[in-house]
Design a binder for this molecule. Structure first.
Ligand code: PMP
Length: 382
């Protein structure tokens, strides 16, 4: 047993691993990542077995929560925003320059982690109706965190406007050390381009170009736009479908070409948005990032909170997959599209983040796992 080591597996069985044959370890040779940035991208595409069996389609989910810096697709975006700003001479690594961003959490967490690795500071403006797990995490990463009023109340103190104002204050103050920039994920081209250059090509390669639908919600719209712009010219038959939560106007925009009028619908908008437990997707204005891909979106599906919560529970019970709210919305919509397409098709969606970030809000609404009430997919989708 000279060239072997003994390890204990999950069932407490002692097994011997042959170390004289490194190929048996299933790791690519030389697989060493260059810092935390080297752990971003190339995420697995997981076949969700329960949903695939139930629909007769292959339902594949790109596990973006396995991005290794901030554990969401926003790692790709944050890294690209910083790299572009460095190329433009707006930021200098290890200078202590400050990056300001308005975010419901994920982008802030990715920025905060990458800022640490590259020697920047992060100032994050986040609505105070989002799960506290995300603001706690930001503080532990050493970001400055300002919790501002809920996302749908749009004025100068809204989270995005606040971050833009803070960056401007920094820039105009001669006594502030370093430079300040506004990351601007909702409008910057660096957002959708990160998905055009990463997420889209990875899906194309992982499926060998064989997929019938791509289904996903939109917050900034960066993911749906970047992936659609990469895939559509290569797969003209591909259906790109938006999944939209309660209170969002994007569904209407895709289906009927109209948006909620923010002034006219202020009361309704506020009530609906604040009531949803889904975070990170759904919006009532057209961002630049949504606009660059909108013409490529074929259809839209509305998903309720109850459907998303039941789906999240289903995925734990049947597959051991523990996801957050926007991922659950994506999976409900992907399953509905699979049913529409009929057996034998392939649908790809995205798992954005882990349920661990949503314990106090989204998951607090879920009934206990393994309870008496048997879940049926028909109930989830109705
Ligand atoms: N899921 C989560 C958890 C998010 O935070 C976001 C972005 N705010 C999204 C999905 C939506 O992605 P995008 O901004 O690319 O539309």
């Amino acid at each position: 047993y000279k060239d072997s080591e003994s390890i204990v597996d999950a069932s407490n069985r002692l097994i011997l691993r042959d170390l004289s044959n490194p190929a048996a370890l299933h790791l690519p040779e030389g697989d060493i990542r260059e810092g935390i940035e080297g752990c971003i991208g190339n995420t697995p595409l997981i076949k969700i077995k329960s949903l695939s069996e139930a629909t007769g389609c292959e339902i594949l989910a790109k596990a973006e929560f396995l991005n290794g810096a901030g554990n969401s697709p926003k790692d790709r975006v944050a890294l690209n925003i910083i790299k572009v700003a460095e190329e433009e001479g707006l930021l200098t690594p290890h200078s202590g320059d400050m990056i300001y961003e308005g975010t419901v959490g994920s982008t802030g967490i990715s920025l905060a982690a990458i800022c640490r690795a590259r020697g920047y500071l992060a100032h994050i403006c986040m609505p105070n109706d989002q799960a506290t797990e995300k603001s706690d995490l930001l503080l532990k990463l050493g970001a400055e965190v300002e919790r501002v009023r809920p996302a749908p109340i749009v004025d100068q103190n809204q989270f995005v406007n606040m971050a833009r104002n803070r960056a401007a204050e920094h820039t105009s103050d001669p006594n502030r050390p370093g430079r300040g920039i506004f990351a601007d994920q909702f409008e910057t081209e660096a957002n959708w381009e990160a998905h055009f250059n990463g997420t889209g090509p990875e899906i194309f390669r992982q499926t060998a170009g064989s997929l019938d639908a791509f289904v996903i919600g939109a917050g900034t719209g960066g993911t749906i736009s970047g992936v659609a712009r990469f895939l559509k010219p290569r797969l003209p038959e591909l259906k790109v479908v938006l999944a939209d939560p309660p209170g969002s106007g994007l569904y209407n925009k895709v289906k009927f070409g109209v948006m909620f009028d923010p002034k006219e619908r202020e009361g309704t908008r506020r009530r609906h948005q604040v009531d949803t437990v889904v975070e990170g997707i759904g919006i009532n204005r057209l961002t630049n990032n949504f606009e660059v891909g909108r013409a490529l979106i074929d259809d839209a599906v509305r998903v309720t909170d109850d459907q998303a919560i039941a789906m999240a529970r289903w995925l734990v019970e049947k597959d051991g997959i523990f996801i957050g709210s926007s991922s659950a919305v994506n999976c409900v919509a992907a399953t509905k599209i699979a049913q529409q397409l009929g057996p034998g098709h392939r649908v790809v969606t995205i798992l954005c983040d882990s349920g661990a970030r949503h314990l106090s809000k989204f998951w607090a609404r879920a009934r206990p796992i393994g309870g008496e009430d048997e879940l049926s997919l028909a109930d989830i989708l109705d």
